[in-house]
Each structure stands twice: as structure tokens, then as C-alpha cells.
Design a protein around this ligand. Structure first.
Ligand SMILES: C[S@@+](CC[C@H](N)C(=O)[O-])C[C@H]1O[C@@H](n2cnc3c(N)ncnc32)[C@H](O)[C@@H]1O
Length: 450
């Protein structure tokens, strides 16, 4: 009680209607069911909703992942009510259950604007081996005919470098031969694909009036395109100066001609596809190096209010590299999950925890065999969350996450200079949220992550 930093949300707390379990200037985290907590928040009081609700798969035996809450229209109706008109919502979904989440969000009154594909390389297929299942059913023993590398996460060992680690499995698993003719006929058949993407619903609360009227009245309604461009960088004059104009700037300051000022070159238009480092590496290995032209003659006139993003469609950046340079690539940090949690006790390694009811995995889980402080099973990378909150939230705005988990949205929001309101049902996660958000508060940098 008595925190400031909010206009509307703060009034509710000041009246003592509801107290946050974690809070300081600009940060509130409430414990409980988000349907109850959101009801206490005022209309039109937050600027964006960025959330990762349960995928409703019973992941790792978690009850919170099979309650049906993500499909409950009342959750999204409350999000709609507390969001300012024109405000955006981003909600992650599982690739098997995304459609029901999207329908619930739409039925609540959101306009579905798009979906973003978050593409990652750490998923592993949880696929039933049909041939083995047939032999098992017949009670037939399969002969072990060799051993093979188990691979990590990818179902195959690519041996690519991710950060400082080489992702190659050292675990060997037996290779068996079919014991029955039916099993032989079904050799090579499975039941699931390797999970490699999660769709993110992009919704918007209906505007009041036009986009122009709405942004002027409410301060929301648009996407922060320039703030989210991919590969914006400082370029320099080459030794010979810049005889032919802007396109002769270079992206290294070696031998620069300091008689000419450097120039900030805007990156590419943000796309509705985002990669992690592993998939970006695979993409680049496939595409090889390509070169983008520096100039192009345009014949189109731009006498419309719409910006069709020509700068991006006809690529004029004059740079070269792998194909991942067209997309945002969220860098993973090994420290991210446990930053700020030094005081907490170690918990069992996530890799050792087994799923009791989990179906085909559509979530990627840490492979770490070391004890962890943050034992939440579905932690999103902070770089990814920073990019997403920045895309839809006006400077200094309030970000809401009704399914806070271990606090990744909040950590990202605080690091980007936003205010944060979170709700979390599972009490065990509250100390993790508190540690991570305080770490973010104490480590706000200048925001130049991208
Ligand atoms: C997928 S996790 C979010 C993980 C988070 N993105 C992170 O990086 O740590 C979803 C969270 O929603 C919480 N949850 C489930 N039902 C809820 C409810 N009715 N109200 C609030 N939180 C709920 C679960 O306890 C779980 O921590």
C-alpha cells in the first residue's frame, strides 16, 4: 500500500481493496487467480498485455496447465476491459492448442491483427514409435543391433555452436530391430513432429475512432516499428568520404573518415517471424552468405497514408550475411533464468523432472542437469520478451501479464523502462518472481539490447 508510479492502478491499491504481494514504484504483482485480480483493476488502465498462458497440455504434470483457463473468455474479457482502447495484446499459444486460445481472445472482443511465429531449436519430439508399440503389444522382444547418438532436443545431432556450447549429445541409445512382420511394416512411423514454433496471438482492443484519433486520445493503437527494426546500426564514412551519398556509408569504424559524421541506419521492418540463435544458425548454414543491393530505382509513388514497408520488401541495406538477418533473433543467456535468485535454495534439475501427463511436447524445457533456483518449467527468454513488450507498449507505459510464471514478462518490461502489473496463481513461484524483478530494477541498462 502506498506505492506510487501508477495513475489508476495505484488508486485501487491505495484504497486497500487489494494489496500486491510484490511491489514498488511502477511494479505490482498480485497472488491469485487472474480472473479475480483483474476484476479489481480499473477500466482502461494498462497500455499492453503480454502473456504466456497455460498451453493446456498438462505439461510436466502441472495442474495449472490443464485447467482450461486459457480458453476461458472471461479472462480475455477482463484483459480487454483493463486495456486502453487500441491497446495490443500478445499471448503465446501451444502449436496444438493455439486455435482455441485465439478464438477465446476473439470472442472476448479483441480484433485479431496477426500471429507471430516464435521459432526455436530446443524442442524435442515426443513421438510414439509405432513399430515398437506393435512389438510390445505382441509381447515380442526386439533384438538390440547397435547403439546410436541420442541427439539433443532436435531428434538429430547437428553439432552446431549455440553461444559457447556445442549442441551435440553424448548419450547413446540402443537401436533395435523389429521382431514381427507387422512391426517391420511400420518401422519408421511415429506420432509427433519436432516442436519448433509457438504461435503468438496479436490482438488489439477496438479503436475509438480512427487510428490517429485513438493514439492521440489514449496513447496506444500502433506498433513501435522503428523501435523494433532489425539490425539498426551506426555506419561510418569510408576513408574516401561519401561522394555518392548515404549508401556509401560502411558498417565498420576501421579507417573511417572522421571529417564526415556517422549515421544511424535503420534496420529492416520487424517481421511476424522470430528465431532463436539455434534456428538462426541453421538458417544461415542453409542459406549461405547473400548480399543485399545498396540502391534500387523506385517507380511507385507514395501518396497514401499506408506505409507498405517498401524499404524492407526491396532490400536496400547494402549488407551481406545469412538469411537470419531479415528477422529478429532472440539471443539466449545462460544466466537469465536464475539472475537475482542467489538467496533462494537450489531445486532439482529440470531435466530430471518427468512429465506424468504431458502429451507431445510443444514446449521446450531446459536440458540442464544442474540444480536450479528458478524451477519454473516454461521460462521464456528475456531478450524475446523485451522485443515483444517494446513492440506494442508506448514509452513508460504499463504492461500487464495475468499469467506471470517466473516473471519473464515483468523482467523484460522493467529492463525496457515500462511499469508492470503481474498476477500469478502458484505461490511457489512468487519468490522467483520477486528475485527476478528486483534484479531487473537494479540492473536497468540503457535499453540497447537490439
Ligand atoms: C506458461 S506459464 C508462464 C511462464 C512465464 N512466461 C515465464 O517465463 O516464467 C503460465 C503460468 O500461469 C499460471 N496460472 C495458471 N492459471 C492461472 C490463473 N488462473 N491465474 C493466474 N495465473 C495462473 C501458472 O501457475 C503458470 O505459472
Amino acid at each position: 500500500v502506498g506505492y506510487d508510479g501508477f495513475a489508476n492502478v495505484g488508486e485501487v491499491i491505495g484504497e486497500g481493496v487489494m494489496e500486491p504481494v510484490i511491489g514498488w514504484d511502477g511494479v505490482r504483482v498480485f497472488a491469485g487467480d487472474c480472473r479475480d485480480v483483474l476484476r479489481e483493476l480499473p477500466d482502461n488502465s494498462v497500455d499492453s498485455v503480454v502473456t504466456d498462458p497455460p498451453y493446456e497440455l498438462g505439461f510436466m504434470g502441472k495442474k495449472w496447465d490443464s485447467s482450461g483457463i486459457a480458453y476461458d473468455v472471461t479472462v480475455w474479457e477482463e484483459c480487454l476491459r483493463v486495456l486502453k482502447p487500441g491497446g495490443h495484446l500478445l499471448a503465446f499459444g501451444g502449436s496444438r492448442t493455439y486455435h482455441r486460445l485465439g478464438v477465446a481472445i476473439e470472442d472476448a472482443g479483441f480484433e485479431i491483427r496477426d500471429n507471430i511465429a516464435w521459432i526455436y531449436g530446443s524442442g524435442f519430439p515426443k513421438s510414439l514409435d509405432v513399430s515398437k508399440a506393435i512389438d510390445k503389444r505382441a509381447g515380442a522382444e526386439r533384438e538390440v543391433i547397435g547403439m546410436k547418438n541420442a541427439g539433443i532436443g532436435t531428434g538429430q545431432s547437428y553439432g552446431i555452436i549455440v553461444g559457447e556450447r556445442e549442441k551435440v549429445s553424448t548419450t547413446e541409445v540402443p537401436v533395435t530391430a523389429p521382431a514381427t512382420s507387422e512391426a517391420e511394416a511400420w518401422e519408421g512411423w511415429g506420432t509427433a513432429l519436432k516442436p519448433a514454433h509457438e504461435p503468438i496471438v496479436v490482438g488489439r482492443k477496438p479503436l475509438t475512432g480512427t487510428v490517429a484519433e485513438n493514439v492521440l486520445e489514449w496513447g496506444v493503437g500502433g506498433l513501435n516499428i522503428d523501435g523494433s527494426r532489425i539490425g539498426s546500426e551506426l555506419r561510418f564514412s569510408p576513408p574516401g568520404g561519401i561522394p555518392n551519398g548515404a549508401n556509401n556509408y560502411v558498417n565498420t569504424d576501421k579507417n573511417r573518415n572522421s571529417d564526415y559524421p556517422s549515421k544511424m541506419v535503420q534496420g529492416r521492418w520487424p517481421a511476424n517471424v522470430i528465431f532463436d540463435e539455434m534456428t538462426a544458425g541453421l538458417l544461415n548454414a542453409q542459406s549461405g552468405v547473400s548480399k543485399s543491393p545498396k540502391t534500387i530505382t523506385r517507380s511507385s509513388s507514395r501518396n497514401s497514408d499506408y506505409n507498405f514497408g517498401f524499404d524492407n520488401q526491396v532490400d536496400t541495406y547494402g549488407d551481406s550475411g545469412g538469411a537470419s538477418r531479415f528477422f529478429y533473433v532472440a539471443k539466449a543467456s545462460k544466466r537469465d533464468r536464475n539472475e537475482g535468485l542467489e538467496e533462494l535454495e537450489d531445486s532439482a534439475p529440470l531435466a530430471g523432472r518427468s512429465s506424468t501427463t504431458g502429451d507431445a511436447a510443444t514446449l521446450h524445457v531446459s536440458n540442464s542437469k544442474n540444480p536450479v533456483k528458478n524451477f519454473h518449467p516454461t521460462v521464456k527468454p528475456t531478450a524475446l520478451m523485451r522485443y515483444l513488450v517494446k513492440l506494442i507498449t508506448p514509452p513508460g507505459g504499463v504492461v500487464l501479464d495475468p499469467f506471470t510464471g517466473s516473471g519473464s514478462t515483468g523482467k523484460a518490461a522493467i529492463l525496457e523502462g515500462f511499469k508492470f502489473v503481474g498476477v500469478e496463481l502458484t505461490e511457489d513461484y512468487l519468490p522467483i518472481i520477486e528475485g527476478r524483478l528486483k534484479w531487473a530494477r537494479d540492473n536497468v541498462d540503457d535499453g540497447t539490447l537490439f
